[in-house]
Write a protein that binds this ligand. Structure first.
Ligand SMILES: Cc1ncc(COP(=O)(O)O)c(C=O)c1O
Length: 417
């Protein structure tokens, strides 16, 4: 259920008016619905309940400590991509044996830290990495648990920057070569083969791609078993798409039907369950994406020839997805009374032409001082935020019913020097 909706013209997150939160905590402000995060996680977990499984939350989507602690309390594992994320996952109470670690560039120090921590698996992305890991593990008198990431060469037809499973992408080991790498790994004294991994991309709406991925993994694992290589888990990556809400339907330019987690799980389970192995799923966006919004205040309205600009106090340093991927986020006012609309670009204060949140967008008329909510910003929002233009990163608040709690303070420029 979407926990962001209008009541008598006021936008609410759960039972709190968003405008009141913006006034209390200031803007730019990330607001999350705690119960929506819980519901999303539970729906995914439940969808896989007929098989042994671990849901490893992809922390790159959002690594706020309170959200990580919530994930730990719900029984989630973690999908980490750096020593920093591993540190945060452990600190939040996510058990090490539920943490998988991908990244094409793990450093020696990061590998050592992860071996010491006792993680579930490294998702190994190259032969070079495997060799280094073997040496490090031997020098520590240990074995590194390894799932080799195969690149299945599946095109999910999304934005090129979030496609990961094609042979031209830097991720994983080409499926045609990966078998030999497993054979090599089997001979290594410092490596324990525990699984196979693949991740085909993000914002995937068509479940046929997961079916194709599962079939390739099935064939691959069968080949491994025939060669005497026995694994414990199959990690299908993350990537389930999210809904761009149409809370003011007449202003929604991109509506999409989002498959329910069960639709994904059923397709994957149908293919993989006969192997009797644990299934690992690494969702990020589908747990936190729709549960968050970025609130900005209108600073100026500006006209330039034919273009109307709504200049707000949030920029690409706060939410870079529109600039980086031309991502669509619905933008709505926190108070919505009438149906007068305007066509405008919503831009931030940063000195870059690429600093925009929306272009040529149909929006209810707004004025200086009004608040706008940029929806579906819970994933890859704060976690991709930067200090560009020496701008402190926003505060984060989550709402649980009638209660709102600050879960990360706004940064202060005074802390920098
Ligand atoms: C290896 C891996 N797993 C999981 C994810 C999470 O993807 P999503 O947030 O689309 O579910 C990503 C995202 O890039 C990834 O690269």
């Amino acid at each position: 259920m979407n926990q962001f909706n209008y009541r008598n013209g006021e936008l609410y997150c759960e039972n709190m008016p968003v405008k009141a939160l913006a006034e209390k905590f200031g803007t730019p402000l990330y607001i999350y619905s705690k119960n929506m995060i819980i519901d999303k996680f539970k729906a995914i977990d439940e969808a896989f309940s007929s098989v042994k499984h671990t849901i490893c939350f992809a922390m790159k989507a959002n690594s706020n400590m309170e959200i990580l602690k919530l994930m730990a309390s719900l029984g989630a594992g973690g999908d980490v991509v750096s020593g920093g994320e591993l540190y945060l996952a452990l600190k939040a109470g996510i058990p090490a044996n539920k943490i998988v670690y991908a990244s094409v560039g793990k450093t020696d120090a990061e590998i050592k830290f992860a071996i010491e921590s006792g993680i579930m698996a490294f998702n190994v992305e190259s032969e070079a990495e495997l060799e280094v890991m073997n040496q490090i593990a031997i020098s520590m008198g240990k074995k590194a648990p390894v799932a080799i990431r195969i690149n299945p060469d599946i095109d999910v037809h999304g934005h090129p920057y979030i496609s990961t499973g094609k042979s031209i992408n830097k991720f994983g080991i080409d499926i045609d070569k990966a078998f030999d790498v497993f054979l090599r790994a089997k001979e290594m004294a410092g490596i324990e083969i525990v699984g196979v991994h693949s991740h085909i991309g993000s914002q995937i709406l068509n479940m046929d791609y997961y079916d194709a991925e599962a079939k390739k993994l099935y064939e691959f694992v069968t080949r491994l078993t025939d060669a005497g290589i026995n694994i414990q888990h199959i990690d299908i990556g993350g990537g389930l798409g999210v809904h761009y809400p149409d809370i003011i339907p007449e202003y929604a330019e991109e509506k999409n039907d989002v498959p329910q987690p069960a639709q994904l799980a059923n397709r994957v389970i149908d293919v993989l369950a006969p192997l009797g192995l644990e299934i690992v799923f690494e969702p990020g966006r589908s747990i936190v994406g729709e549960a968050g919004a970025l609130i900005a205040q209108v600073v100026y309205i500006k006209h330039s020839r034919d273009t109307k600009f709504i200049v707000v106090d949030a920029g690409m340093n706060d939410l870079i997805r529109p600039s980086l991927y031309e991502a669509y986020h619905q933008i709505v006012p926190t108070t919505y009374m009438d149906d007068k609309f305007e066509i405008a670009d919503v831009v931030g204060p940063i000195c870059e032409t690429g600093d925009f949140l929306a272009k040529g967008r149909k929006l209810p008329a707004v004025q200086r001082g009004d608040y706008l909510a940029v929806m579906t910003a819970g994933a890859y929002g704060y976690s991709l935020a930067s200090n560009y233009n020496s701008r402190p990163r926003p505060a984060e608040v989550w709402v649980d019913g009638e209660n709102a709690e600050l879960i990360r303070e706004r940064e202060k420029v005074e802390d920098w020097g």
